[in-house]
Design a protein around this ligand. Structure first.
Ligand code: AMP
Ligand code: GLY
Length: 422
């Protein structure tokens, strides 16, 4: 099979790493890719916003399957536009990607399907929203409706911050899509992520993970795309996984199909494990980054076959297998991230740090004058697996010590929750 993978992050390097192991693969092209991906695939620069240009490339290169990594192109309808030209795509249609693209859409679906989630109200204008939070119990959660690159959520501990979060959304802080606000109750509990593949009808549960969204140790500082992750998440017992499938994932897939907008792709449920059981915080319509890095080193079967089963509607007979060892990914980011940071800094000894049980996935990297240089906020994902999560963590941090990049930083406590639960 000839595959085009879209994206440039650590998630895509991990997907490329797994796809590259498939005996069915004959050619892997990634657009735009990064310096790490370039070591295992051909990177090409395409205008991903121009779907007919992407389709033209696929036809010329005889691409059999397009795998879309990030949510942006899916919400923009790349799957619909390529499929309309007869090209197979792993990833949901524009209509199905609304599960991530609109929080209000997902809230309505949850209400219709009886899926447990925080109680909420949606507002299209500032005044009623302000009135609603005036006597709402605190903390209260304020969310921009549309895609906001992880920055659209405020947990307001007091009324003044609730008010300014609402005003910022209606002042256009998140673009036109953000000019709508979802205000919801604060959920208490432990967070976990759950991943499942679906072809629109059949569902294959994949695995659980937990990430670390805050930038500093002890879960302090601003939110990021994720500073580390591990899989599995010990909080997700087999009983909780069954409950998540029965009460959240299955009704979602059924409802999307019944509406005539079946969801084909990977469904990533962000969950809060509350005293009343799992509740849906949000859906993403893609693999998590850096959760995907931990998942892909655990995967013990052919990813390309599974992705193809989703596209062909044959997931009902598919099986997934996992290595028994847990995996953990520590992100190395550029000083200053998630604020302003430098790029173009040389990073040395990445290959020397790739020791037993360790994979180093590139995120924001580029090649310059024969060197690997930093080229983004999150730069590397040092991913280790071992017999225990403690050993995996030790391996990951030992590998980090070998990497020569003074301008980088990382959290030193990735996996703390999993270790506490042991
Ligand atoms: P989201 O962008 O929806 O993933 O939200 C970002 C983070 O905000 C989540 O990972 C949670 O930590 C937190 N969060 C979102 N909604 C709630 C809620 N209703 N209750 C508590 N925490 C929440
Ligand atoms: N790590 C969080 C995400 O991928 O959305």
């Amino acid at each position: 099979m000839r595959v085009l993978l879209i994206g440039s992050g650590g998630r895509e390097h991990a997907l490329a790493y797994a796809i590259a192991q498939s005996p069915d693969l004959t050619r892997l092209v990634v657009s735009p890719g990064n310096a790490g991906i370039a070591q295992i695939a051909t990177c090409v620069s395409l205008d991903l916003a121009d779907h007919s240009a992407v389709a033209g490339f696929c036809r010329k290169q005889n691409i059999d399957l397009v795998v879309v990594g990030p949510e942006g192109p899916l919400v923009a309808g790349i799957a619909d536009d390529l499929q309309a030209e007869g090209i197979a795509v792993f990833g949901p249609s524009r209509a199905a990607a609304r599960l991530e693209g609109s929080k209000d859409f997902t809230k309505i679906l949850c209400a219709e399907a009886g899926i447990p989630t925080a109680a909420s109200q949606t507002f299209d204008s500032v005044k009623p929203a302000l009135t609603y939070v005036h006597d709402h119990p605190l903390p209260v959660v304020i969310k921009a409706d549309g895609l906001a690159a992880g920055k659209g959520v405020t947990i307001a501990e007091d009324r003044a911050s609730a008010q300014s979060a609402i005003e910022a959304i209606f002042d256009g802080a998140f673009g036109e899509d953000g000019a709508r606000v979802v205000i919801e109750d604060f959920l208490e509990g432990e967070e976990a992520s759950f991943f499942a593949l679906t072809d629109g009808t059949n569902i294959l549960p994949l695995a659980t993970a937990q990430d670390h969204k805050r930038v500093f140790d002890g879960d302090k500082g601003p939110n990021t795309g994720g500073m580390g992750a591990y899989s599995p998440a010990p909080v997700m017992t087999p009983a909780l996984i069954d409950e998540t499938m029965a009460r959240i994932i299955e009704p979602t897939v059924r409802m999307m199909a019944a509406r005539g907008t079946p969801f084909c792709g990977v469904l990533y449920a962000g969950l809060m494990i509350t005293a009343e059981g799992p509740k849906l915080i949000e859906y993403n319509v893609r693999f998590g980054d850096p959760e995907c890095q931990a998942l892909m080193v655990r995967l013990d079967c052919d990813l390309l076959t599974l992705l193809n089963d989703c596209v062909e509607g044959t997931l009902g007979t598919a099986r997934v297998s996992w290595r028994p060892e847990p995996a953990l990914c520590v992100v190395m980011a550029a000083q200053g991230y998630p604020g302003a940071y430098k790029t173009g800094e040389p990073i040395g000894n990445i290959d020397g740090a790739r020791t037993t049980g360790v994979e180093i996935f590139h995120a924001g990297t580029a090649q310059k004058d024969g060197h690997i240089v930093s080229n983004g906020g999150r730069v590397l994902g040092i991913t280790a697996s071992a017999a225990t999560i403690e050993d995996a963590r030790e391996r990951a941090y030992e590998a980090i010590d070998l990497i020569d990049w003074p301008g980088g930083f990382f959290r030193t406590d990735i996996g703390w929750r999993a270790m506490e639960s042991n």
